[in-house]
Ligand binder design. Sequence first.
Ligand code: UGA
Length: 444
Amino acid sequence: MQITVIGCGYVGLVTAACFAEMGNRVACVDTSAERVEALHRGISPIFEPGIEALLQTNHAAGRLTFSSQLNPVLRNSEVVFIAVGTPSAADGSADVSQILEVAAQLGGALESPTIVVCKSTAPVGTACRVQSILDQHCQRRGVNWRHSVVSNPEFLKEGAAIDDFMRPDRIILGAEDASAERTMRRLYEPFVRNHDRILCMPRRAAEMTKYAANTFLATKISFINEVANLCESLGVDVEEVRKGIGADPRIGHHFIYAGCGYGGSCFPKDIRAMLHMAQEREMQLPILQAVEARNQAQKTWPMRMLRKLYSEGVAGKTVAIWGLAFKPGTDDIRDAPSRVLIEGLLDLGARVQAFDPIASENIAKAYPEAVARGQLRLFSDPYAVLNDADALALITEWKQFRQPDFALMARLMREPVIVDGRNQYDPAVLGTFGFRHVGVGRVP
Ligand code: UGA
């Protein structure tokens, strides 16, 4: 099939590369000429394991092309995916202006009936708005056909996006005409062979499914974090409780790991957008308000623990941080808990020595002044950050932190203290190396 993907960001590139890998001819379009130029040289503008190789092989095979011009690539495209950003606006709503702008461009440029797919996460009703824009263009041009707008939200996890795309749990298709549904089913068939994982529904239901899925997962996390906080004060180990409740298949083991809060571009943004959708209808969503509030408070957990440990104050202390990305497998630091800790420590006059396998550069760009005055130092070796540190805060659970050399760590640090924001360590094992361990909802 001939496909166009508009937006060479995270969702667009993964979508384009995976469809090309299945033999489709895919044209990727992005307004940033710089991005397109880098893609031509085989360089991916996003960090995602495996993406660069997939882009390069499909580009070399001629199945994947990159362009900053929309009109020429649209010719013969049966399906056009809109995968542009929907950032949070100041009032918390998802800003859909980029989607609507693309819809207007498509309206002016498409010469024959085309399936236009909204892939970006967008509030309920966005696909209908795109349909009206396209319909208006068709009317103005006096043609007697319509384009079909489909809502097809993505469920990709950063760091595992290619696998998620290639082996999806489900494909959600919000389609309102049978022919568009048939084409979309044909396009996704290679990804769900032998399993009927395509769910078709009205467009508004598809849009809502995406928000409900993400906010439900965020709710699980804030719920276990709340339980962990109570465990902490009752002297109960939340890790025991996690295993105990996860064994019930109705609850399940996923997304019930207590920690220092969720971050990333999706959960915080989608909760805000869902709250805004309710607000527009003069409704309250008290559960989601609480999920958001718990998460904001949970991100301050490492700082609260450090303040508790150092009653004399953290000013002048040196705190080492392991992990800056909002989760392992990405260099994304949007809404990352590490930032709340860094900002708190800088404000209180502590020195920060941090290590992350790939996100350090982004942190350096976010706090250039602190880096320039030497209050925030970024290292390329995890052990180097421990030199003379008064405490280590583990914020992102990269695999390489799972079994470190505790004896060496204890020797390097001024005080062998670990504030374990992801419950990676066994307090008993750490005790044998002389460490003081503070976990989320753990028994000291
Ligand atoms: C999330 C969803 O998981 C994807 O299904 C969805 O497609 C994506 O948003 C999106 O809307 O694009 P992502 O934000 O990449 O994916 O990351 P997750 O793996 O879901 O992790 C989110 C955050 O929750 C991380 O900060 C992680 O550390 C935290 N988390 C996760 C916990 O604190 N505890 C857990 O038990 C699980």
